[in-house]
Design a protein around this ligand. Structure first.
Ligand code: PNS
Length: 171
């Protein structure tokens, strides 16, 4: 997709291991506010992710295949440097609960210290996703619990393939 020079581009960075419906919700809200939202997956082998970065890119692209205003990319190094390269003026992050606030505030202020021209926008997901995290999804799934409705169906299928666990128990 070509973007005009005056387009408002936002970067939505994260680990996305895996993409959850909370992430999807934030991406949709971001896409409604900005001309283009770039989902930027951090390449960080130190985190020992369940899914490779290629798998995470592929799943996220598949989830947004009908939305040309949502782009999926990877980055390493400083986020503000990546945002500058992508001509993004906004960093989008999701804020679920007050427990997220301190970390997000710290990152936003550090990023502002590094680049005063890039603004962080914190967005609240739908209430149903305020308790949701990729870490909990992996834990619940690995222990046989159901994650239906919490992740896109294609992610649930990939979790099944990856872990060998069934579709999940709901008691
Ligand atoms: O999904 P996550 O793990 O909460 O995402 C964290 C992420 C990728 C946004 C953060 O670790 C990050 O921005 N890393 C890039 C390195 C960087 O720029 N650090 C300094 C600014 S905080």
């Amino acid at each position: 997709m070509t973007t005009s020079p005056s387009a408002r581009i936002a970067v939505y960075p994260g680990t996305f291991d895996p993409l959850t419906n909370g992430h999807v919700d934030i991406i949709q809200r971001g896409a409604a506010l900005f001309d283009r939202i770039v989902v930027a997956i951090l390449v960080n082998p130190a985190k020992a992710p369940l899914f490779t970065v290629e798998e995470r890119v592929e799943m996220t692209r598949a989830a947004f295949k009908s939305q040309p205003d949502v782009e999926v990319d990877t980055f390493d190094g400083l986020l503000v440097e990546y945002a500058r390269q992508r001509q993004a003026t906004v960093i989008v992050r999701g804020l679920r609960a007050i427990s997220d606030f301190e970390n997000e505030m710290q990152m936003a202020l550090m990023n502002r210290h590094l680049s005063s021209t890039i603004e962080t926008v914190l967005m609240m997901p739908a209430e149903a996703y305020t308790y949701l995290s990729s870490r909990l999804v992996k834990e619940v799934f690995a222990l046989g619990g159901s994650v239906r409705g919490l992740v896109p169906e294609l992610v649930e299928a990939r979790l099944r393939e990856k872990t060998g666990v069934g579709s999940g128990l709901r008691v």
